[in-house]
Ligand binder design. Structure first.
Ligand code: SAM
Length: 236
């Protein structure tokens, strides 16, 4: 049978895909890597269907490897005798824990079939939430900016894991970027904050991203001129 890697979307219950919801309802057991994804999954399945996994809060590679081996050993029999799901926030293939599980299963439990159901990623949801249009032809790069880091280079960047917004902001502004932040976007848990003022985000919250755009960067779309008041010049 199959292990389904299911993307839950950014957090609101009705932003899971129809396919993801149907599979969550049909599998025998649902595993989640964290408390937040568990809470979102509970919108769709009863608590009795949630499987237990434990992950240590550590960056120690040996301990993490051991934890993923234990997780794979717990999940594998359920995905061989029946159908199981492993949920992640956003999309399972975007900066996600699901990759660790898939690699561990491939190495130690190759009999498990894996299928992935994509989800609405923060990588796309940010644009609507922050009122940003990524126009056709525009370049956009993904980066991580934990602990005050501020990667630079591309004209437009989405920055994940922005845990120290004031420091990241200061460095990016110095490097010539305009920055907007989004915290807990399309999420039912916790307060959603959308701002260009980093002092509103002084408290650390892992579920924070930023969009950084180099000042003065432009794109040449066919309708761009409408924004320059052409419609006020006599056309109605
Ligand atoms: C490990 S990555 C997971 C990304 C996820 N797989 C996705 O596709 O959206 C976690 C980072 O994604 C960003 N993120 C995920 N969901 C978010 C949300 N609802 N609002 C704001 N940022 C979010 C945050 O920057 C967070 O630190």
């Amino acid at each position: 049978m199959t292990l389904y890697g299911i993307g839950l979307g950014p957090g609101e219950a009705d932003l899971v895909t129809v396919r993801g919801k149907q599979l969550l309802e049909s599998v025998d057991v649902v595993y989640s890597p964290g408390r937040l994804s568990r809470t979102v999954a509970l919108n769709h399945v009863p608590e009795s269907k949630i499987g237990d996994l434990e992950f240590p809060m550590t960056r120690n590679v040996e301990k993490l490897r051991a934890a993923w081996k234990r997780a794979a050993a717990e999940i594998a029999p359920h995905a061989i005798d029946g159908d199981a799901a492993f949920v992640t926030l956003g999309d399972p293939n975007v900066y996600s824990t699901f990759g660790h599980l898939r690699r561990t299963l491939d190495a130690f439990h190759p009999a498990v079939d894996v299928e992935i159901v994509p989800g609405v990623s923060a990588m796309t949801a940010f644009a609507t939430a922050l009122g940003v249009e990524v126009e056709a032809g525009a370049g956009l790069a993904l980066r991580e900016a934990a602990d005050g880091h501020a990667p630079t280079g591309p004209d437009r960047m989405i920055l994940f894991k922005v845990t120290d917004a004031p420091s990241t902001h200061e460095r990016l502004v110095e490097a010539g970027y305009d920055v907007k932040f989004g915290r807990r976007l399309f999420m039912e848990q916790g307060e959603t904050v959308i701002t260009d003022d980093p002092s509103e985000l002084a408290e650390r919250d892992y579920y924070t991203l930023a969009y950084a755009e180099k000042r003065g960067v432009t794109t040449e779309s066919a309708t761009a001129a409408f924004g320059d008041g052409v419609a006020d010049g006599g056309h109605s």
